[in-house]
Design a protein around this ligand. Structure first.
Ligand SMILES: [Fe+2]
Length: 282
């Protein structure tokens, strides 16, 4: 039987990917960011999950404004890195897990969460930067990936509560998959940041710290945060944090926080990172 062993929250700042790809990780500005992920890479080497369900958002790379699915599940055998305007990131092609992905699609849709099934999709920095942060620069990614792409680009994104409940449906889906797989769930994006308008550059450390505290111990409190509050407190792009709640919903209620890192800034963005382990399924 498949089981979710842990959840990983991580920002997916594109400049982090560029720093890795251009050999700048040892520069003092970037070293402060990457040092926060050294323990996590160690944890990943020890945990060795078979599959990562990566909840992320596309940044007009795979989907243009012509088509904006709220929840899109990648069921393909592989997902190439997207060309985001300066060529695809020099990272391995992401290997999918079509059998698990199709099972999740069936289970979750029959559980009344309507997903869009995607059989061909390039994946942008939203997905590949967290992989780089947790795995470094391997020749091949040592994990298969089920991408779950969420619309946080165009209003209205799904609510925090909807995301949390979808996570629970995903946990039920994974638990009913017959193969013996150890699964981790990534929630990516955030933390507070705003890239445009008069408040461009906004970072709210107090909000982020409160979010991380509640995320670990009382995630249901976060499901009550509305879109206006997210935008007011965490900036227009801070709404990406709803994706962390899909991951949290997929974990046990009393999942144990085993690692946390918070750093400001990385390219005008607050970087947040947390690892939670399930107590029973691990
Ligand atoms: Fe993003």
């Amino acid at each position: 039987m498949a089981r979710i062993v842990a959840g990983i929250g991580s920002s997916h700042v594109p400049a982090i990917g560029a720093a890795i790809d251009n050999g700048k990780t040892e520069e003092p500005y970037w070293k402060r960011v990457f040092s926060g992920f050294e323990k996590s890479q160690e944890w990943m080497r020890e945990t060795k999950p078979d599959v990562a369900i990566i909840v992320y958002n596309d940044h007009a790379s795979a989907f243009s404004v012509d088509l904006i699915p709220t929840f899109a599940l990648g069921c393909a055998a592989e997902f190439p890195p997207a060309d985001e305007g300066w060529g695809p990131r020099p990272v391995p092609v992401v290997q999918g897990h079509p059998a698990l992905a199709s099972h999740i699609a069936q289970s979750v849709i029959l559980d009344e969460f309507d997903l869009t099934i995607v059989n061909k999709m390039a994946v942008d920095h939203g997905l590949t930067v967290p992989l780089s942060l947790l795995y470094g620069q391997p020749a091949e990614w040592p994990v298969r990936v089920v991408p779950l792409c969420v619309n946080v680009i165009q209003y209205p994104p799904p609510t925090a509560h909807r995301c949390y409940m979808l996570g629970k449906a995903i946990a039920r889906a994974v638990a009913s998959f017959p193969d013996d797989l150890r699964v981790v769930v990534f929630g990516t994006g955030g933390m507070s940041h705003q890239l445009q308008g008069p408040r461009a550059g906004l970072i709210n450390k107090e909000f982020d710290r409160r979010f991380l505290d509640k995320f670990a111990t009382d995630p249901e409190a976060l499901t009550k945060i509305g879109h206006v509050e997210f935008v007011r407190e965490a900036g227009s792009e801070g709404i990406e944090l709803v994706m962390w709640l899909i991951m949290r919903g997929a974990l046990e209620q009393d999942a144990k926080e085993v690692y946390r890192f918070y750093h400001v800034p990385a390219s005008n963005t607050a970087v947040g990172h947390m690892i939670l382990e399930n107590r029973r399924a691990a």
